[in-house]
Structures are given as C-alpha cells and as structure tokens.
Design a protein around this ligand. Structure first.
Ligand code: SF4
Ligand code: SF4
Length: 391
C-alpha cells in the first residue's frame, strides 16, 4: 500500500480511537462532491445526468467545511463533477488541510495546469487524476481525443513541482490485463506516487450500460493483472504502487468474502448527506448524525439489495478490508508481502437469492431538489431592493 507512513499512522490511530469508544458506524473517507457539473461527458459516468439547474448548483465553502467537521473522517476525497470548475475549490482545500485532514482532489486534469498555482505541495494534499488506461483506452473511456495527453503532461508537471500525484482508474469489461499492466508500468516509470484501481459500478444513469464488470469477471481480471504484476517484478520492473490496502486488492482477486461497509465513505453533495453510499442516491438527509442514525444500513450491500449485486467498489469494501486488517495483522502482512493469490480456488461469494429488488428513486430526489431551486429563485426575486443593495 503506497500511502505515506504519516497518513497510515494517523488513520490507524483514528480507527483505534473509534474502536476504543465502541463506535461501529465511523467514517474513514468523506466523499465531498461540491458540484456535479463536469467539462467531460464519459460514457460510464453516473454523476452528471442532471438538468442544468442542478448542474449549476455549488456547495459553498462554508457548507463544505461544515460537512468535514460534522463527519470528522481523517481523509476527504473531493470528486464531482469536475471540482476544478468550482471557483472556490482552493478555499475548500485550504480549509480542509487546516483541519489536518488528508485531501484527495479528484480531477480529469483538463484544468489542472491552469489551476495548479492555487495549490501548494503538502503532506495533506494529493492530486487524484482520472486515467482509465493508456492513451487509446482512456480517450475512449472519456469519449474525447487528446484528454490522456493533457492528463499525463499535467501529472508530470505536478510531480516536478513537488506535489503528490495519484491516478484513479476505473476498469470496465473491455479492459485488457496486458494493456493495463503496460499502462501501470508506464505510470511507475513517470514517477507517479500511487494508483487507485476500481471495477466500474453499474450506475443506472450511465449512458453506457454494456461495459460494467460483474463480480466473477472482476475477480478474473484482477487475478490476471496481479499475475502479470508478479511476473514483471521478477523481470526487474518497478513494483506497482497502489493507494488501496493489500486486503482490498486480495478481495478484488476473489480471495476474501467481504460484506459492504457503506457508512465507511459517506457522501455529502448539493442534495445533502446521501444514503447509503457514494454510488447509490436513495435519499438525502440534512446532517451526518441523521445519516448515521436513520439509515437502514442492513438493507444495503451485496446479497441484500439488487443494485449492490455486482459491486466491489472501494468506497464500500475498502473500509471492510481496513477492519479486517486491524483484526488480522498477520494475514495482512502476508498478503502485503506476497501479493494477492492469483491461482487456485476463490473464496465463496455471497448468496444473492435473498436480495430485495431495486428501488428506482432517482427522479423523486431530483424533482425535490428542483423544487427547492425554484423556491429559492422566487424568494430571491421577492427580496426588497434595500436587501439586494446591501448584498
Ligand atoms: S470526468 Fe468524472 S465526473 Fe466528469 S464525466 Fe467523466 S467520470 Fe463523470
Ligand atoms: S455494495 Fe455497498 S458500496 Fe456498493 S452500491 Fe451497495 S451499498 Fe453502495
């Protein structure tokens, strides 16, 4: 796992404190989405299918920092949309760093060079660049030519300026293990700090529904990848550095039976606190406390809910792996040293026969949010001139 020792220590200390306090529902990573607007329209994206009135909404700096304080997770990931489109993104990042939280600023890198001067290298700050593979794989994934080249150049410049830079790669069922392995080698060669790799979640609102991975295909793909990774180390190439834990990678390779921990990466966006997780928007509440106390957590996860059937995404399963690592340090050490098992029988998977059917609630919360936007517009239009002048 290629996360700085200081960060590993702070996160481990945080988990120990939560366990000593007897907290079961504690967050590890806050997923903070300050806007949904993006300057790309990727085929596998489930985040941007909203009317303009929603895409034009922004969380204020104050709302973002209140969310960070409420949740108090040691790590804050800022995805989107494209966070660099937010005019005050530098203030949001500064405020989070001032609270000594580790920030991952996710970006498709189109604006990274232009906005890099707004940020400073810090042990608390990491760029997380969306790159789904080599030039041809990535440009196909984001449905636009030339994006890979811009992203790689921005990564190199950020590294040269002393920033920590990761990539986040989503794999679909058209990924070739050999090509991805070559891409990982290249990322190590340019000096990237670490990679986050995840199987694509089958967002119901994504335009391309054909290329999402099911669980068995995910496990086979990751076994193929790690087999190639081990061969490359034997050939003297650099070992791939991942920002995910070794046990999560072992899970992706079919060697662990894990249940989802949806509260581990809670999500706050313009709608409020999202239940149950980053991937599913099944309802929203105003406070983090309300999210934790009123969400029926047992209704979600693989084997419990149809929409979770194929999910192996880090936002649900990395917190499970982190818990397992605390309980089983020896197992963790052995997997970290040897890498995930790539041969032999896989761990038994979760039975899907009792899962409840999918509930389609997307339109309802979008309608509610639109009503709020319209009500606010009417309220603004009715403000007396004196108040507008004072503003
Ligand atoms: S860059 Fe990210 S947020 Fe933007 S369209 Fe692509 S997947 Fe969606
Ligand atoms: S399995 Fe967990 S992380 Fe995945 S969609 Fe379901 S609740 Fe969300």
């Amino acid at each position: 796992m290629s996360v700085p020792l200081r960060q590993q220590f702070d996160v481990a200390l945080y988990i120990m404190k939560q366990k000593l306090r007897g907290n079961k529902y504690y967050p590890l990573v806050l997923m903070l989405e300050p806007l949904f607007r993006c300057n790309l329209a990727c085929a596998g994206c489930g985040k941007i299918d909203y009317p303009d009135e929603i895409l034009n909404q922004r969380m204020s700096v104050e709302d973002c920092l209140t969310a960070v304080d409420e949740c108090d997770a040691p790590v804050v990931s800022i995805p989107g949309g494209e966070p660099l489109l937010h005019r005050e993104i530098d203030q949001i990042v500064k405020g989070i760093i001032a609270r000594k939280k580790y920030v991952y600023l996710c970006t498709n890198a189109l604006l990274m060079e232009k906005k890099m001067h707004l940020f400073q290298p810090s042990p608390y700050f990491t760029w997380s660049v969306h790159l789904d593979g080599d030039q041809s794989d990535h440009d196909r994934s984001v449905c636009q030519d030339g994006v890979y080249d811009k992203a790689e150049q921005a990564i190199k410049n950020a590294l040269a300026k002393g920033f920590r830079v990761n990539i986040n790669a989503t794999l679909f069922n058209n990924a070739s293990a050999e090509r991805m392995a070559n891409f990982f080698d290249h990322m190590m060669d340019i000096g990237l700090n670490a990679m986050t790799v995840s199987p694509g979640y089958a967002y119901e609102r994504a335009p391309d529904q054909e290329h999402f991975l099911n669980r068995q295909t995910t496990k086979n793909l990751f076994r193929d990848l790690f087999r190639l990774g081990k061969e490359r180390v034997k050939q003297g190439k650099t070992k791939w550095r991942f920002s995910q834990s070794s046990l999560y990678m072992d899970f992706l390779s079919g060697n662990q039976t894990y249940e989802c921990t949806p509260w581990g990466n809670p999500t706050r966006n313009i709608f409020g606190w999202q239940r149950p997780c980053y991937l599913l928007g099944e309802g929203y509440v105003k406070t983090f406390k309300e999210l934790i106390e009123t969400t029926e957590w047992d209704k979600y996860g693989t084997g419990k809910y149809e929409k979770c059937a194929d999910c192996m995404v880090h936002c649900g399963y990395e917190p499970t792996a982190a818990n397992d690592a605390m309980r089983n340090p020896l197992k963790t050490l052995l997997v970290a040293l040897r890498g995930p098992k790539t041969e032999g029988a896989m761990a038994k998977d979760i039975d899907l026969s009792q899962q409840r059917p999918a509930d389609y609630v997307f339109s309802k919360h979008v309608q509610e949010a639109l009503s709020k936007v319209h009500a606010e517009k009417i309220r603004q239009a009715k403000l007396p001139e004196t108040v507008e002048a004072a503003e």
